[in-house]
Design a binder for this molecule. Structure first.
Ligand SMILES: Nc1nc(=O)c2c([nH]1)NC[C@@H]1CN(c3ccc(C(=O)N[C@@H](CCC(=O)O)C(=O)O)cc3)CN21
Ligand SMILES: CC(C)C(=O)C(=O)O
Ligand SMILES: [Mg+2]
Length: 284
């Protein structure tokens, strides 16, 4: 088992041109598989609302949901850098409320960093949380919590005007004290410029290769999430199919009494005759 990484390792990896791999995971088994595979970091995304709770978006996700999933992930991946994703409503109200909620992630779930969505409009939040000594990841581009304003889950930075806003946001986020920045659904040309311009690591989910690392959602890359598949997803497995086939086989075995077999049952410790006699007692 390699030593748990810190944010300084990720700075060094940026310097060395060494790419960072991260995935979202929401529970104990997935976190433990990711750690065993040697993942660099795990995001406990508020996408858990869609991927594991079945909501249409991320808006309904609560602090309690996030903390509980972060705790499970921490138990599954004790030696991996874990980032808690701040849910909608947990940092929108005030700097004070945002710091309080960010502290909750560290105190209750022992995460290594928190992430929040938004550019210049959340600068004072990033600064306040960072001033509290917490490692903050910024997140701009397609920001699902403000998809209402964006008009849906839409790629960003595809026009000059939109790219200019993204670059201004990225610079302001670094200036405010964020220790890393995630770009979601942004053209690679813009990603490359931002990641060269910033000294903090810049990561991509659907933002192309020219940056410091890649993130995918476990439900997407493993083929477990069926509602939609973003363009940027590469499917590394079809777990939904494996699970459905396994359930079908089980159902068929039960119906046809092929399961359980002798090896799946507990054997009696006294003689069959003694048991027959016992059953007879109740028939008197
Ligand atoms: N399972 C899952 N994967 C994700 O990547 C993800 C979530 N859930 N939930 C929150 C957001 C929503 N995300 C999304 C959702 C849809 C597209 C998508 O379908 N995009 C279209 C076109 C986008 C456009 O019009 O610009 C595509 O063709 O991929 C992308 C990212 C990313 N996040
Ligand atoms: C989509 C990624 C970046 C995220 O924020 C999440 O998984 O919640
Ligand atoms: Mg999120």
């Amino acid at each position: 088992m390699s030593k748990k990484k810190t944010i300084l390792d990720f700075y060094q990896m940026k310097k060395n041109g060494e790419k960072v791999s991260w995935v979202t995971a929401y529970d104990f088994p997935m976190a433990s598989f990711a750690e065993q595979a040697g993942i660099d970091m795990i995001l406990v995304g508020d996408s858990l609302g869609m991927v594991v709770l079945g909501y249409q978006g991320t808006i309904p996700v609560t602090m309690d949901d996030c903390i509980s999933h972060c705790q499970a992930v921490r138990r599954g991946a004790p030696n991996t850098f874990v980032i808690g994703d701040m849910p909608f409503g947990s940092y929108q109200i005030s700097d004070e409320d945002a710091v309080n909620n960010a502290c909750g992630f560290l105190k209750e779930a022992n995460v290594d960093a928190i992430k929040l969505e938004g550019g210049r409009r959340v600068i004072s939040r990033i600064k306040a949380i960072s001033d509290a000594g917490i490692v903050v990841f910024g997140h701009i581009g397609l920001t699902p919590q403000s998809s209402g304003q964006l008009g849906g889950f839409k790629a960003q930075g595809r026009t000059i005007d939109s790219a200019r806003e993204l670059i201004k946001d990225a610079l302001a986020i670094e200036e405010a004290g964020a220790r890393a920045l995630l770009l979601e659904a942004v053209p690679p040309e813009v990603t490359e410029y931002i990641s060269k311009k910033l000294s903090i690591p810049v990561y991509s989910i659907g933002a192309g290769a020219p940056c410091d690392g890649q993130l995918l959602i476990c439900g997407d890359m493993l083929g477990m999430f069926q509602a939609f598949t973003p363009k940027f997803v590469k499917k590394y497995a079809n777990v939904a199919e494996i699970i459905t086939e396994a359930f079908k086989e089980y159902i068929s075995d039960v119906k046809n009494v092929k399961f359980p077999e002798d090896k799946h049952v507990y054997h009696i410790k006294d003689s069959k005759e003694q048991f027959e006699a016992l059953f007879k007692e109740f028939e008197q």
